[in-house]
Structure formats: structure tokens, C-alpha cells
Design a protein around this ligand. Structure first.
Ligand code: ADP
Length: 191
């Protein structure tokens, strides 16, 4: 099973990614989480990524692509994976296509969480307070939303054209959203 989860910042991708990945017994790979882990460990990758993350900009494609390539080459991802937060640019889509094609597989579905951007600004500010994320001030959040609209939103149409899109309303209780995703993917959640 090879899945992607997409949606604007604060749509709840990370939360839902965990449930989906658990169900299919595949790793949930979040580029945001990998970058944050590198930032907190002070690795060279983290030092490079932080400059962009703090400003709400995307980390350059070459850096991100290499990181994802090495992560999905790990043994736990051989049978499948769920990517959360990648691809985010058309160049990343091309790169991912190449990586998957090389293994003789294909993408199974792209889950898109739809939410109202204005409603989630409040949610993101709350999360910033709870988690102490440096990229969650209001200005940076607005910038992340702009970058998403410019660079990532168009990719949804690309995947729609490939017949892979599974669109789910991301507003509401976490459990309700999870149920919608499983219904849309046509599977029964494991209890
Ligand atoms: P959110 O979904 O709330 O925007 P993430 O945790 O997915 O947050 O990502 C946080 C930051 O990490 C992004 O704003 C960006 O700077 C960087 N990042 C994550 N994934 C990518 C990617 N695929 N390409 C470039 N930058 C990325």
C-alpha cells in the first residue's frame, strides 16, 4: 500500500496519518516530523531546514527529495508507506514518481483533507502554544498557507487527473474524520 495524505497546514494530516498507517501496517512518514527531529538534534540537515521552516517557506527540493529517498529505502517501508507532507511541489511529484517506479510499484491513493483556511488559523495558534513550534506565529502561518496555495494545491488536480484522489472533509471530531477516510478508502477501521 502506497498512500499520500495532503491538505493545508493544520488540516490534521499528522493525526489522521497515524490511524491510516496503523490500519495498513505501514510507516507514516512525515517530512515535517523528520525536519523537526533534525532541528532539535542540531544536525546539518536540521540547521539548513530551520532557516526555511521558521519563515514558513519550503525547504529546497534537493534537500527534501534526498531525505525522503533515503527514508523510503529503509526496510520498514519496502512493503508500503504513507507519506504525510510530501510531495509538496511539482518537482517533488516527479521525484517521487521516479522513486516508486524504480521499485516496480505505483501509488494506490491520495487522501486530501479539505478544511477552511481561516478556521484553522486559530487551531494552529493553539497548537503553537501547546507544542512550542517556532513556525506557528500568525504571520508565519499565513505565509505557510500562501505557499501551500501556490505550490501544493495545484498538485491535487494533478492527482485527480490520475484518478487517485480521495477527498475527505477534514472538519469535525478526529474520530469522525478518521471514519470518513476509511469509508472513502472503502475499508473497515481496526478496533
Ligand atoms: P504543516 O502541515 O503544518 O505545514 P509540517 O509539519 O508538514 O507542517 O511541515 C513543517 C515545515 O517543514 C514546512 O512549513 C516546511 O518548511 C517543511 N517541510 C515539510 N515537508 C516539506 C516538503 N515536502 N518540502 C519542503 N518543505 C517541507
Amino acid at each position: 500500500m502506497r498512500l499520500l495524505i495532503m491538505g493545508p497546514p493544520g488540516a490534521g494530516k499528522g493525526t489522521q496519518a497515524k490511524f491510516i498507517a496503523e490500519h495498513f501496517k505501514i510507516p507514516a512518514i512525515s517530512t515535517g516530523d523528520i525536519f523537526r527531529a533534525n532541528v532539535s538534534q542540531g544536525t546539518p540537515l536540521g540547521i539548513e531546514a530551520k532557516k526555511y521552516m521558521d519563515a514558513g517557506e519550503y525547504v529546497p527540493d534537493e534537500v527534501t527529495n534526498l531525505m525522503v529517498r533515503s527514508r523510503i529505502d529503509e526496510p520498514d517501508a519496502v512493503a508500503g508507506f504513507l507519506l504525510d507532507g510530501y510531495p509538496r511541489t511539482s518537482q517533488q511529484v516527479e521525484e517521487l514518481d521516479g522513486m516508486i517506479k524504480f521499485t516496480g510499484h505505483s501509488l494506490d491513493a491520495v487522501v486530501v483533507l479539505t478544511v477552511d483556511q481561516d478556521e484553522i488559523v486559530g487551531r494552529l495558534i493553539q497548537r503553537a502554544e501547546a507544542e512550542g513550534r517556532a513556525d506557528d506565529t500568525e504571520d508565519v502561518i499565513r505565509r505557510r498557507q500562501e505557499v501551500y496555495a501556490e505550490e501544493t494545491e495545484p498538485l491535487i488536480e494533478l492527482y485527480r487527473g490520475r484518478g487517485l484522489l480521495v477527498e475527505v472533509d477534514g472538519l469535525g471530531e478526529v474520530d469522525a474524520v478518521t471514519q470518513r477516510i476509511f469509508d472513502a478508502l472503502d475499508v473497515v477501521p481496526e478496533s
